[in-house]
Ligand binder design. Structure first.
Ligand code: ATP
Ligand code: LTN
Length: 336
């Protein structure tokens, strides 16, 4: 496909913890599927991550780790623009402008904001509140057509669309209105310990499987995953959230349908279900972990990729930013 004719994809993951199989199934795996047909930008959103307190040295390492995970999951750093949000100042600059087109009422309705406030009652900062306008800036800066995300981010994407439409309504067609891209299965992987809640990398260890977990940890966590007491393998997310979550994980990773997965396990117990889940997870993660290890051993290579790609991203970002600045009436920049 011709570069110009291709549509643009933007997505981001926070370096706020070890990436989980939720991030993989809900987001990363779709990134790799889309890379041939779109111009893609995959960002390590470190500015979003500091809405919650982070240890600086840990955050710095995690930024590289997330970039390495992108590549290890099959994203080609030459084809895709893989970079760190904080390396392109346009994100923060556009965010400021968008903040002035976003209402307090809209931001206070965001469920992620309410959840994070409950979880971090001692640090309800303004960044947590305006998080969605930074996300809108990420997406709109590159005129993205499509945004692969898990279901939990759909509300933020809706707000992004509203902000873009509001801005376009005043100034003409400045922003492309982005669409969400949700995978068919697995757009919400649930916590292993509380399968009514989403699996999240900032929850306690035993709730999630990290992409980098060793085989023993994976086996142990899946063995201890919460199920129920009726012993029947059936897909029913309302009535049997634990069992359904394991079935979804198997289906998502094996490529089978949920029906086929249930059929294959008919007449067997939860031990077999967990065994099958373990097999699928190990099969998926083993090659990713090997590649990740190889990449992390060459920090200079990774840093080089991030630097080159930040430059490529910046060139695209500046086009939108300058246009937006002109539209809102900022003073002209004349060359001396
Ligand atoms: P945190 O726990 O720090 O809030 P998170 O685990 O929710 O983080 P994000 O960095 O916020 O992860 O999400 C990155 C991408 O992964 C988003 O597109 C999000 O929708 C997707 N994602 C996160 N958790 C899941 C999940 N449990 N199931 C499916 N997709 C998920
Ligand atoms: N808010 C997202 C991460 C994120 C993102 C983005 C996703 C930040 N900017 C732009 C898609 C597009 C999250 O918490 N998962």
């Amino acid at each position: 496909m011709e570069e110009q004719a291709k549509k643009t994809i933007f997505s981001g993951i926070q370096p706020s913890g070890s990436l989980t199989i939720g991030n993989y199934i809900g987001a990363l795996r779709n990134f790799a599927l889309l890379q041939d047909d779109y111009n893609c930008l995959y960002c390590v959103v470190d500015m979003h991550a500091i809405t919650v307190r982070q240890e600086p040295a840990v955050l710095r390492r995690r930024c590289l780790e997330v970039a390495a995970t992108y590549i290890a999951c099959g994203l080609d750093p030459k084809k895709n623009i893989i970079y760190c949000q904080s390396h392109v100042s346009g994100h923060a600059e556009l965010m400021w402008i968008l903040n002035c087109f976003t209402y307090m009422g809209e931001l206070s309705r965001m469920t992620q904001y309410k959840d994070k406030c409950a979880k971090h009652a001692d640090n309800i900062n303004a960044g947590l509140f305006t998080y969605p306008s930074l996300m809108a800036a990420d997406i709109l800066l590159y005129q993205a057509d499509l945004v692969p995300i898990g279901i939990d981010q759909r509300q933020h994407l809706e707000l992004t669309r509203d902000i873009a439409q509001r801005f376009n309504g005043v100034y003409g067609d400045v922003f492309t209105i982005p669409e969400a891209y949700l995978g068919k299965v697995g757009s919400k992987v649930m916590s292993l310990q509380d399968p009514t809640r989403k699996m999240s990398k900032s929850d306690p260890e035993e709730c999630y499987i990290a992409i980098l977990d060793d085989p023993d940890a994976i086996r142990r966590k899946l063995k201890r995953a919460v199920t129920d007491s009726d012993g029947e393998i059936r897909f029913d997310p309302e009535g049997k959230p634990g069992v359904s979550n394991l079935l979804s994980i198997i289906a998502a990773l094996s490529g089978e349908t949920i029906e086929k997965t249930v059929e294959g396990l008919q007449g067997q117990g939860y031990g077999a279900l967990k065994e099958r889940a373990t097999e699928c997870v190990l099969e998926t993660l083993t090659p990713i972990q090997a590649e990740h290890k190889r990449l992390m051993a060459d920090k200079a290579y990774l840093q080089g990729i991030l630097a080159d790609n930040a430059e490529r991203a910046n060139a695209i970002a500046l086009k939108t930013l300058r246009k937006v600045q002109r539209k809102v009436g900022f003073a002209e920049r004349v060359k001396k």
